[in-house]
Design a protein around this ligand. Structure first.
Ligand SMILES: Cc1ncc(COP(=O)(O)O)c(C=O)c1O
Length: 372
C-alpha cells in the first residue's frame, strides 16, 4: 500500500463544503486583496496563539522580512539563528539587508543550542532568532535569558510551529515578534502562498501593516517606503476555515507521532523525535534519525521506502552554511558538527492529520525491513 508524504487531497475532501462556500463568498464580494475576511482571520489567528496582534502577508519569507524591517534591523546588523533550518530563515535576514550568523543545534530537539549561542554573539549582533523546527519550540527560556543579558531582541521563526507550545505558552509571542508561513504543506496552509507576523507590540504591528502596503497608514498617504506584501482575500478565506480545524488536526498529528513511536520502538539505530519536557510538539514534520547503529544508512532506508511507494523527504539535506548562496558568510564544513551530522541521518516520514494507523504501520514495516 503506497503512503503519500502529505495528503492535501484528503484534507480538502474533509472540509470541501465549508471551503468551497468560503471561496465563493470571496468572489461574490470581490474581496480579492486583504479586506474584512483577511482581518477576521488575523484576529482569529492572533487569538488562537494568545497574541494581541496579527499582520498577515503573502509568505513566511515576507513575514521574516517585515519583522526585521519593522524593527529597524538592517545593514550592519547581525541576526543569530540556527544552522539547521530552511534557507528562508537566513534569506529573510538578507532581505532586510542584515547579515545572518549561525550557531549549532542540539541533537535532542534539532533546534538552536543555547550553549552554542554566546560564543557567536558579536558587537553587531542585534537579534536572536530561534527556529521552531519541525513543530517543536526551541528551548526559549535560556535563549530569553541570554537575549536579555546581552541586550538582544528575541524573535521567532515559527514558520513550522502553528499552535506549538513552550511551558504553556504558544509559539508566536515568546519574544518581540514571530514569523509564520502558510505555505500549502504547513500545518495551517493556504491555497497558495501566505504568512503572518504575530506580536504584542502595537507600534510594531502598525508599522508592519504600513510596510506590507506601500508604507500607507491610509489610502494614498505614504508615510514611508514600503512593499506589496498583502495577503489575498482568497487565502484569508481558506485560512479562516482551516484555522477552525487546526486544533483537531494538531491532535491527530500528535496521535500519529505516538503511533510511529510505538511501531518503531526497539528498532536499533532508529531514533524517533522526542517531545521534550514542557514543550508541545505539533509535528509539522516527523523526522527520525537513521544512525550507524541501525546497520544501514539513511540513504539506503530512504531508497527502500521510495521503492515501497512511501513518500519521504529530507529537511534539510544541505545545511545553510554549506549552501552556495551562503559562501559569502565564510563558514566551512566542520563549523557546525551537530547540524552536519544530522543532515546525513535525518529522514522525514509521512505525516498529515488524516494519516491512519494502518498507513503508519506500513511505513514502520518498510523501515523494519530495511534495517533488520
Ligand atoms: C523554517 C522556515 N522559515 C521560513 C520559511 C519561509 O516561508 P515561505 O515558504 O512561506 O516563504 C519556511 C517555509 O518553508 C520555513 O520552513
Amino acid at each position: 500500500m503506497p503512503v503519500p508524504f502529505l495528503d492535501l487531497k484528503a484534507q480538502y475532501a474533509s472540509i470541501k463544503v465549508e471551503l468551497d462556500a468560503a471561496v465563493a463568498g470571496v468572489f461574490e464580494r470581490c474581496e480579492f486583496v486583504t479586506g474584512p475576511t483577511v482581518r477576521t482571520f488575523e484576529e482569529a489567528f492572533a487569538a488562537a496563539h494568545g497574541a494581541r496582534f496579527c499582520a498577515t502577508c503573502n509568505s513566511g519569507t515576507a513575514a521574516l522580512h517585515l519583522m526585521f524591517w519593522g524593527l529597524g534591523i538592517g545593514p550592519g546588523d547581525e541576526v543569530l539563528t540556527a544552522a539547521n533550518t530552511f534557507m528562508a530563515t537566513a534569506g529573510g535576514v538578507k532581505l532586510a539587508g542584515a547579515t545572518p550568523r549561525l550557531a549549532d543545534v542540539r541533537a535532542d530537539d534539532f533546534n538552536l543550542d543555547p550553549e552554542q549561542v554566546e560564543a557567536r554573539i558579536t558587537p553587531r549582533t542585534k537579534v536572536l532568532l530561534p527556529v521552531h523546527l519541525y513543530g517543536q519550540c526551541a528551548d526559549l527560556e535560556p535563549l530569553r535569558e541570554i537575549a536579555e543579558r546581552r541586550g538582544l531582541l528575541l524573535l521567532e521563526d515559527a514558520a513550522q510551529a502553528h499552535l506549538a507550545g513552550y511551558h504553556g505558552v504558544h509559539a508566536g509571542h515568546q519574544g518581540r515578534a514571530a514569523a509564520f508561513s502558510f505555505y500549502p504543506g504547513k500545518n495551517l496552509g493556504a491555497a497558495g502562498e501566505g504568512g503572518a507576523v504575530l506580536t504584542n507590540d502595537e507600534a510594531l504591528y502598525q508599522r508592519i501593516c504600513r510596510l506590507r502596503d506601500h508604507g500607507m497608514p491610509e489610502k494614498y498617504l505614504h508615510a514611508e517606503w514600503g512593499h506589496n506584501y498583502r495577503l489575498e482575500g482568497l487565502q484569508g478565506a481558506v485560512l479562516g476555515v482551516k484555522l477552525r480545524h487546526l486544533p483537531g488536526w494538531t491532535a491527530a498529528r500528535r496521535q500519529a507521532a505516538d503511533w510511529y513511536r510505538e511501531e518503531l520502538a526497539g528498532l536499533p539505530g532508529i531514533l524517533c523525535p522526542q517531545e521534550l519536557p514542557g514543550r508541545s510538539h505539533v509535528y509539522h514534520l516527523f523526522v527520525i534519525r537513521v544512525t550507524p547503529d541501525s546497520g544501514s544508512t539513511r540513504d539506503a532506508v530512504m531508497a527502500a521506502l521510495q521503492q515501497a511507494g512511501i513518500g519521504c523527504g529530507l529537511h534539510y539535506p544541505r545545511p545553510v552554511h554549506l549552501q552556495p548562496a551562503a559562501a559569502e558568510l565564510a563558514y566551512r564544513e566542520g563549523d557546525f558538527p551537530v547540524t552536519e551530522r544530522l543532515a546525513g541521518e535525518i529522514l522525514s516520514l509521512p505525516m498529515f492529520a488524516e494519516i491512519t494507523r494502518a498507513q503508519v504501520a506500513e511505513v514502520a514495516a518498510a523501515i523494519r525491513n530495511a534495517v533488520v
